[in-house]
Write a protein that binds this ligand. Structure first.
Ligand code: PLP
Length: 412
């Protein structure tokens, strides 16, 4: 074993790893909460041997949990036979995955898929596709998060993310999320596309009214603009449906022009996708107009095929629905003074607190063995593996009040 590989197995403490991290890794994320060394199912272990129930799943990524045997076997077999080719060539997993995604989304004929390595790249590709309409206007929502590359960042709303990098690609306006009149006023003859999340994840798990996306569809259609739905966080079973915009309890039926995916798609292996629905949108990007060295890589595609297979085989859409409502109902029934409401769908939940103690509650939960994240000062987000069990869900429901009591007790 090389010295470098030995170093990763050396049994160093979390504190020692963290010191090495800060001396070597660029400080874009702040200090890590823990250094993790191993995962299995819904649990991960840190360098000091502590176990955590992972209710964040790498931010809505590890759909099958950690080290799922079917995913490990699929990736291992693919890597052992053909690990990478350039896009001058095609591979069976890439083709099969594109077909499978078109099938899952019930795509009209002429639809096509473009593969990327991340969510931001999927949004970037969708942005470029929209520019090929010949129009330059883009409409996105306040609170939106679409990624960090310059085009995706232009669609992202948060000033703290945007301002240090201006000027960003122009032509983007942000309108209040869920406001049909504002959308109607913003979309016109110069609008190339409206970009929306079916549930705003990073903004604190915000769910629009069921008629919002159909209104966006009507408005874009009338203006001859594209409707792009960013399902990077909400897609691939997260809400209990393959795609959140298709969830019958969330949204009235709508067929967008473009859907972006990533996160859960590869079950932990980086892959993203842009699905262009119908031959109009699908033909907007032609030969040479976009590309990616790794996009559609056969190992990533094999991981995605395995993830989709297990989600279907093991009934994980139904499990996401059942576990999500189990947690939401139990938390609300508990009537804790610190819990205002629970919003979201399936296993994308925002626990809205009655005081701005989300960050402290997250810390206390971590100390007691639960990983969640604070997505706003008063909102905790859960996005656990879709394989979460009832027992695991209940253990969190039991632990949260204790952490909340302490956080509220410490609050000024
Ligand atoms: N779009 C949405 C809706 C997201 O939630 C995210 C990430 O959180 C992105 C895009 C960016 O994805 P990535 O971090 O894979 O680049």
């Amino acid at each position: 074993m090389s010295a470098d590989l030995q170093a990763t197995n050396s049994g160093l403490s979390g504190a020692a790893w963290t010191e090495r991290y800060s001396g070597a890794v660029m400080n874009t994320f702040g200090p890590p909460q823990r250094v993790l060394v191993r995962g299995e199912g819904c649990y991960v272990w840190d360098a000091d041997g502590n176990r955590y129930l992972d209710l964040l799943a790498g931010i809505a990524v590890n759909a099958l949990g950690h080290a799922h045997p079917f995913l490990v076997a699929a990736v291992t077999a693919q890597l052992a036979s053909l690990g990478h080719v350039s896009n001058f060539f095609a591979t069976a997993p890439q083709i099969a995955l594109a077909e499978r995604l078109l099938d899952l989304i019930d795509a009209p004929s002429g639809s096509r898929v473009f593969f990327t390595n991340s969510g931001t790249e999927a949004v970037e590709a969708a942005f470029k596709l929209a520019r090929r309409t010949g129009r330059t206007g883009m409409v996105a929502a306040e609170g939106a998060f679409h990624g960090r590359t310059m085009g995706a960042l232009a669609l992202t709303h948060k000033p703290a993310y945007r301002e240090p990098f201006e000027p960003l690609p122009g032509g983007v306006v942000h309108i209040p999320f869920g406001d049909v009149e504002a959308l109607e006023a913003a979309v016109g003859a110069g609008t190339a596309a409206v970009v929306l999340e079916p549930i705003q994840g990073e903004a604190g798990v915000r769910v629009p009214r069921a008629d919002y996306l159909p209104a966006a569809r009507r408005i874009t259609e009338q203006a001859g603009a594209l409707l792009i739905l960013d399902e990077v966080q909400t897609g691939i079973g997260r809400t209990g449906a393959w795609f959140a915009h298709r969830h019958p309890d969330l949204h009235e039926h709508v067929t967008p022009d473009v859907v972006t995916l990533a996160k859960g798609l590869g079950g932990g292996i980086p892959i993203g996708a842009v699905i262009a629905l119908g031959d109009g949108p699908a033909n907007l990007l032609g030969p040479g107009q976009h590309g990616s060295t790794f996009g559609g890589n056969p190992v990533a595609a094999a991981a995605a095929l395995a993830t989709l297979h297990v989600i279907e085989r093991d009934g994980l859409l139904a499990n996401a629905t059942a576990m999500g409502s189990r947690i939401a109902h139990a938390l609300l029934a508990g009537g804790h003074r610190g819990i205002g409401t629970v919003r979201g769908e399936g296993l994308l939940l925002g626990i809205v607190l009655t005081a701005p103690v989300a960050a402290r509650t997250r810390e206390l939960l971590l100390e007691s063995g639960f990983i969640v994240n604070s997505v706003d000062v008063d909102v905790l987000r859960l996005a656990p593996p879709l394989v979460l069990t009832a027992e695991q869900a209940d253990s969190f429901v039991e632990a949260l009040p204790r952490a909340l009591d302490r956080a509220l007790g410490e609050a000024p």
